[in-house]
Ligand binder design. Structure first.
Ligand SMILES: NC(=O)c1ccc[n+]([C@@H]2O[C@H](COP(=O)([O-])OP(=O)(O)OC[C@H]3O[C@@H](n4cnc5c(N)ncnc54)[C@H](O)[C@@H]3O)[C@@H](O)[C@H]2O)c1
Length: 316
């Protein structure tokens, strides 16, 4: 049996992909999720799975014997965070604090926190470095609150914490069942179903998209490379694309002839995101999956599921 790694949010997009990667590398994985957003079919059979809420002290025993913890569980749907800020804070701040407490009691070697590029919402320097943050929206503020407690536990208890600021992660198992799914899944699914893709706003907002396997490459660095201890890293591709360009890339692959429908802008979305990757690259990591290849793999994954599920989309 390899080292035991606990993943919170294991039934979600990034967590389920990470679990598979760690298992394939020989680690054993204990996964926690309350299935509020994730689904059991995302969870690899080899995971020791516990359906539990990270806010409950009942999870403490699940951290015993853990070598490291990836804390990914969070309320991630932006409109839901806006509609219910107290619940967002409860999950993302108090939930994180409870997981830190569990990790401290279990004396785990390493704690890795899934932070977000939304921390940079109010910063207008591109590419953006890790040094300054200015969260504005509810989701960003709640993730910032969680990160602040990570820093606090690092200082108070000498906990070995690494904070990863993911940019727009995409790939298989992304939550395409949401009312407003993440942009790539949303385009692909609608177009596979013969529906016109929906763009909120003008489509000129630019996003740094990173394929989930590249994020997992960095997860392994964060887990085993001592130079990551106590540090914060951007995890993006270092390139950005407008939403209109993403539509065109998907259309080039699917060749549907469907034109986008433009709808009013969603509130609270940054104009531009772009990661400065100097810190992450200095450890020998670099993103490898080019956007067309990543989209091709995402399309392959969604093709079966969407056609089988016959999903319908509110907001269409
Ligand atoms: N996907 C991205 O592009 C992205 C970008 C930046 C940051 N992140 C961060 O990465 C992490 C993972 O994101 P994701 O895209 O996989 O999100 P996701 O919504 O797919 O997964 C989150 C998981 O956490 C679980 N969860 C939520 N509240 C819980 C609770 N109280 N107890 C137990 N489980 C709970 C959900 O059921 C879900 O399975 C999150 O912390 C998110 O803030 C993601």
């Amino acid at each position: 049996m390899g080292k035991c790694i606990v993943i919170t949010g294991v039934a979600g997009f990034v967590g389920s992909n990470l679990a598979k990667r760690l298992l394939d590398q020989g680690y054993s994985v204990r996964g926690i999720d309350n299935l509020s957003a994730g689904t059991p079919e995302n969870v690899d059979d080899r995971v020791e799975f516990h359906e539990a809420d990270i806010r409950s002290p009942k999870v403490y025993p699940l951290f015993q014997g853990a070598d490291a913890i990836f804390h990914l569980a969070a309320k991630t749907c932006l409109p839901e965070c806006v509609n219910n800020p107290l619940e967002a804070a409860s999950m993302n701040v108090l939930g994180t604090l409870n997981v830190l407490e569990a990790a401290r009691r279990a004396n785990a070697r390493k704690f890795i926190y899934a932070d977000t590029s939304a921390e940079y919402e109010g910063i207008n320097e591109f590419p953006t470095r890790e040094e300054q943050v200015r969260p504005i929206g509810v989701y960003a503020a709640s993730k910032h609150g969680g990160a602040a407690f990570c820093e606090s536990y690092r200082e108070l208890y000498a906990m070995n914490v690494t904070i990863l600021r993911y940019f727009n992660v995409y790939g298989p198992a992304q939550d395409w069942r949401r009312v407003i799914p993440p942009v790539m899944s949303s385009f692909i699914i609608r177009m596979l179903q013969g529906d016109r893709p929906v763009i909120y706003g003008t489509g000129q907002k630019r996003r740094d998209f990173i394929y989930v396997n590249d994020v997992n490459d960095f997860h392994l660095v964060a887990l085993e490379d001592q130079r990551t201890n106590g540090r914060v890293f951007n995890v993006g591709s270092g390139m950005n694309f407008s939403v209109n360009e993403v539509y065109q890339l998907v259309e080039d692959l699917l060749k549907t002839g469907l034109q986008p429908v433009y709808k009013p802008e969603l509130p609270g979305e940054a104009e531009i995101t772009l990661a400065d990757l100097t810190a992450a690259k200095s450890l020998g990591w670099k993103p490898r999956v080019e956007i067309r290849e990543g989209l091709k793999r995402t399309i392959e994954y969604l093709q079966n599921r969407v056609l089988k599920a016959k999903v319908s989309f509110p907001g269409a």
